[in-house]
Design a protein around this ligand. Sequence first.
Ligand code: GPW
Length: 801
Amino acid sequence: MFSNTKEFKIAYLKKLEMTFGTSFDESTKREQFQTLGAMIREYVSSEWIRTNEQYRTVGGKQVYYLSIEFLLGRLLRHNLMNLGIESVVTEGLQELGIDLGDLEEIEADAALGNGGLGRLAACFLDSLASMNLPGHGCGIRYKHGLFEQKIVDGYQVELPEQWLRHGHVWEVRKTDDSVEVPFWGKVESYQENGKLVFRHLHAETVTAIPYDLPVIGYNTSTVNTLRLWSAEPSRFPANIDILKYKKETESISELLYPDDTHDEGKILRLKQQYLLVAASLQSIVRSYKKQNRSLIHLHEHVGIHINDTHPAIAVPELMRILMDEEGLGWQEAWSITVNTLSYTNHTTLSEALEKWPVRIFQPLLPRIFMIIEEINERFCQELWEKFPGDWGRIERMALIAHGEVRMAPLAIVGSHSVNGVARLHTEILMEREMNDYYQVFPDRFNNKTNGITHRRWLLKANPNLANLITDSIGPEWINDTTQFEKLLHFKKDSVFLERLGDIKKANKEKLAKIIYEKAGVSVDTSSIFDVQVKRLHAYKRQLLNVLHIMYLYNRMKSDSSFQPYPRTFIFGAKASPGYYFAKKVIKLINTVADKVNHDSHVNDKMKVVFLENYRVSLAEDIFPAADISEQISTASKEASGTGNMKFMMNGALTLGTLDGANVEINELVGEENIFLFGLRAQEVLNFQKNGGYNSREYYHYDQRIREVTEQLVNGFFPDTDGEFTAIYDSLLDHNDQYFVLRDFASYVAIQEKVNMAYQDQSMWLEKSLINIAKSGFFSSDRTINEYANQIWNIKPFKVNN
Ligand code: GPW
């Protein structure tokens, strides 16, 4: 299509004129962006077609990653980089007077996810394609992604997100691949040729329309597919209120539920889950059949992965297809189902474990419910044989109990592999949370420590650091992140370390500009950039961070000899709209920020910034600029974390608890290169089991704690009457569930260590380098390689041009 700048320019101008019927001089930035996007999609279309063709004819086993979330972010530069045409395009546009960076800003962040779980799915897609693995995503094309956050008067306000307003250049609507998804109705059974047959009658069907996005591998001809389903009305039934039916149908894919690690339990959510599963499985089976293969061998050619329990209805749905549509018997269908499916657990928080009331589930999905009942009966029978008389165990483990369908047990029983997302998390699953199931299926459980795509989070987000790495150890690291370790040779190289320092400084200056533009706060770029960006949740303990800031403020006000090294505390976090406590913490951060930033006694030493609307594109500017990565969850509560990995790869030092993947970061970098504090996971779990923690003791014995907690309610912040009572009560009346006060002293002490350590710049830069050098392990290429070999049994397949 184009192989040099000149050809690109000609093709680009022609495309612009043809698409928009406008001359280049008259065109808007949006038209220029859309034109470029459309050109790139066409550019990949032949490779996309070839990939699909060869997967069908000569390729091996394929895997489908079912996820209710894909947090993609922007795709323009990512696609240009992966295709290897970034410089041709940048130059071509430049000669036309267009800055690629300006066009990038036009693209909406595709925010079809809440946080870690959805972003992990997006990183996995990049690794699959880049490693030539036949793996595709299946998700939902929400009309509205995660809400846009505004901060008004210190409070979070949510606005609907509108990523599709101007269309999405990367997608292709595939009406011919539509499928029907039935809800409601009733199930009838009758005998046919001596066999019991089931029919789903009077169902209300919805048409699921797929929109396909190309997933372009880095420097390879593999183009995989992310298929996103949208719900539309089917043929309109007679005698109904058409408008109502249309609205009801479309509402299924209308919006992403904004709850992170929290089970909402709404019927619309269950409809979303079934839409995703039923549409994806039909389309997978359809394309499998095109290969003229019998369903008996499905698991040899197809793997289906369940990302958390949201798509766990895949277990009964696959059974339904194999039995009701393909005529297989239970035993045969069950063995194919279990061997095809695999499941990842992402949390042990009880409020996140999905359960559906039978009274909601059964009427909406009558046939699916019947199948779950049968799976449950057979499973309980097995348990009875294994543990005769142990009613308590059977009750604990049943898939349906106390009027609820339990999704995690369903996923475990119906999959051949169950994995956690960091070593500690998997241990806790096996030894505690899922121990009953581990005893029955010890071989199913395994760990796959999360990873992130270094192509987006380093190569793209931090080009200067990427260049320094390439200059120092060559470009092989882009395809093989074990090469990162070669950077250790430069540990004592002062020229290298100085360049590393300069790059960090430049990234901080870039972020400082954004902070000034967005938040109106001017920050000192030689101060320590101390960053906590993630969803707002009590267990992640943003509150601990704020209370420490309040303590520092108090100390600076009362003791003029206390002169810590300048710091900029940076926060970014969205709270679920209905999460009262989380919203109060946002208000508190903003209230503290206001106080600190306007107090001339302290504001040359510290600033507090809350960046609104934290999202993927903003994250790309934040990670490269951080000095300190705050990973301070209550030990045992954060399954893995992935932000911790993005910070590390960009040279920030972790300040954290031994939780999630922090444990593995610590092991890799060694204790001199990380700042650890607080209770260990075992201690937290023991307190929770046996009691013995009394937060009031810490209040009474630690004057610093007394002062900051009292300031929440004593008028210290003007005009905030009663505003923070809920926070105060959570700490003192409700015995501080997340051990904030218990870990406070330890946190203050480790922060003091950071303060000292930063002042020896060459030491600091050496630590930073060691973190980067050891971060190769956290590439999602490593993670996906483990999934491919140990769970999915898929092999790289090189697409021929
Ligand atoms: F509750 N995670 C998330 F387990 O972002 F389903 N959203 C979720 O709904 C859940 C988990 C769920 C996160 C974990 O909190 C985080 O620790 C982990 O790194 C991430 O998933 C990816 O595994």
